[in-house]
Design a binder for this molecule. Structure first.
Ligand code: SAM
Length: 201
């Protein structure tokens, strides 16, 4: 409810009159199937007890020809965070400066508290891979459009690149190498990856 209040405040402040906020359980959505051109789920499914079931539930809400975008924690990308969480637990949160975002001088105390709670204190968290979620997309009737980071080696994300243009998935070996590389990036970014799919007509 607090998130929705923040969203509502933002919409009011910026005069976004056509935005509506609705609270619901994503496993029992209040919308009809095939309602939306785009469904976004950012950092949510991995905090549920059935991430794939949750994905299938929200995938049903996408119209044919529409898109789904999901952001999830990555197995390899999360390893450094998992190690830090274990250290924080053992030391009663005394070594928080091991996290670059928590020792940053740029962030406010409120931002640091939010980051710490989000990254280290969630009661439930699962991890996934690009190759695993390619299978989710395929089975739910979606063509793969793009992942961030790219499953192709040496293809860094350009913030100006079009998000909904097909990039084509890398082969298994290349995707595996790219995914292993997420271990090194996870330290600052929390080991997050994004998948975009387009529903087949
Ligand atoms: C880490 S937050 C991510 C919030 C937001 N998407 C973002 O990018 O900042 C996870 C959110 O998932 C929501 N959530 C968890 N399980 C849910 C469910 N079964 N149905 C709907 N929302 C759920 C929580 O209430 C929380 O707001």
């Amino acid at each position: 409810m607090n998130s929705l209040k923040l969203g509502q405040g933002f919409a009011r402040e910026h005069d976004l009159g056509r935005v509506r906020f609705v609270q619901m359980n994503l496993f029992r959505p209040a919308f009809r199937r095939q309602t939306f051109h785009l469904v976004i789920s950012n950092g949510v499914l991995h905090h549920t007890s059935d991430p794939r079931g949750g994905f299938e539930s929200i995938a049903r809400l996408v119209k044919p020809g529409g898109y789904i975008l999901i952001g999830l924690y990555h197995h390899w990308g999360r390893l450094i965070t998992d190690t830090r969480r274990a250290i924080f637990n053992m030391t009663g949160d005394r070594l928080k400066s091991l996290d670059p975002n928590l020792r940053s001088l740029m962030a406010s105390d409120a931002k640091k508290r939010a980051w710490c709670n989000d990254q280290y204190k969630h009661p439930l968290e699962s991890k996934h891979t690009i190759r695993e979620t390619l299978e989710w997309l395929k089975t739910a009737g979606f063509d793969f459009v793009k992942s961030i980071p790219s499953s192709h080696l040496f293809r860094p994300f350009d913030p100006n690149e079009p998000l909904f243009e097909h990039e084509g998935a890398a082969g298994n070996a290349e995707a595996l190498l790219t995914e292993m590389g997420m271990f090194f990036k996870g330290s600052r970014e929390g080991g997050f990856f994004t998948m975009i799919g387009k529903k087949r007509p």
